[in-house]
Write a protein that binds this ligand. Structure first.
Ligand SMILES: Cc1ncc(C[n+]2csc(CCOP(=O)(O)OP(=O)(O)O)c2C)c(N)n1
Ligand code: SF4
Ligand SMILES: [Mg+2]
Length: 286
């Protein structure tokens, strides 16, 4: 059985003391242990940012993509070896700013990839500019007079784009977050886990205390996953007042990989290529 320490690397995280990324790191390792996944048995693709720096601190196969471009890499890995658990870990800027298009298309394709969004409402690594998840009116380094645009809601976005597992966790509750990561990775299809993650250095508004006053657990509130409109209604509860945690929606649908005829006879990486003659092709490109 794997142990949490097996997922450590020789690098200790460089995040600011108190950063919510520490809890996500801890919950992720705990989830691998709970799932019985060994370090060599999965791939985690990371975005660029403080969140993406986790690539250096987690001992599994890992790939740090270009900013916003991690998801295509994760989906590509899944198509090459669809029996491998594949996760995507990125920031709110990475997945919902630069990578917004990829995010929506991954939801509608239902790629079998679990995606964790470090939602700290800022661009942390570049020292505190506005992110798509910043609240309207938020004063940040790049918006000294306040954000003009509407705040992106990752939950409603994922629900309406077609993700088949949509949930929210909180860095301030590691056991609950660990359980959600286990469920997201176990889900067969595109799983979105939005994680409320305080950036203690550049977001002085959405602090641990601020979140604690607003979070509540869907499973303790009588919520039932009846219809998608009901899930959307919960997800639309005002950010400044109530923040539901837990699973908003989960459904079974064929994944993108299930529907690819090329994968019917097993993972591409296991195919015997010895009988394929590529000399004509290489001649053409000489
Ligand atoms: C295409 C591109 N644009 C901008 C940058 C600069 N950049 C690096 S990290 C970052 C912000 C990261 O914010 P987020 O994804 O929210 O992650 P966090 O640091 O908050 O975890 C930016 C803008 C880049 N590396 N590549
Ligand atoms: S800048 Fe913010 S997100 Fe980045 S490590 Fe520091 S507290 Fe965490
Ligand atoms: Mg961020």
């Amino acid at each position: 059985m794997p142990k949490s320490e097996d997922f450590n690397t020789k690098n200790f995280p460089t995040w600011c003391p108190g950063c919510g990324d520490f809890s996500i790191w801890s919950a992720l390792k705990g989830a691998f242990v709970a799932l019985g996944i060994e370090p060599h048995q999965c791939v985690v693709v990371y975005g660029i940012g403080c969140s993406g720096n986790m690539c250096s601190f987690v001992n599994t196969y890992g790939f740090e993509g270009l900013h916003g471009r991690g998801l295509p890499v994760a989906c590509g890995i899944k198509m090459a070896n669809h029996q491998l658990p594949v996760l995507m870990v990125g920031g709110d800027g990475d997945l919902l700013g630069e990578g917004m298009g990829h995010f929506i298309h991954a939801c509608r394709a239902n790629h079998h990839v679990a995606t964790l969004i470090h939602n700290n409402q800022v661009y942390g690594l570049t020292t505190g500019q506005t992110a798509p998840t910043s609240e309207k009116g938020a004063k940040t380094k790049s918006t000294p007079s306040g954000v003009i645009e509407e705040q992106t809601n990752p939950i409603t976005l994922a629900l309406t784009a077609g993700a088949t597992f949509v949930a929210r966790g909180f860095s301030g509750d590691i056991p609950h977050l660990t359980d959600l990561i286990v469920k997201a990775v176990s889900h067969k299809g595109f799983a979105v886990l939005d994680v409320l993650q305080p950036c203690v250095t550049f977001n002085k508004v959405n602090t641990y205390a601020w979140f604690r006053e607003r979070v509540y657990k869907l499973e303790e509130s009588g919520y039932r996953q009846t219809t998608k409109p009901a899930a959307i209604e919960r997800a639309f509860e005002p950010w400044s007042e109530k923040l539901p945690l837990g699973i908003f929606w989960q459904e079974e649908k064929p994944t993108y990989e299930d529907s690819l005829p090329q994968l019917k006879n097993g993972p591409l990486v296991e195919r015997d290529l010895s009988h394929i003659d590529i000399s004509k092709l290489s001649e053409e490109f000489r």
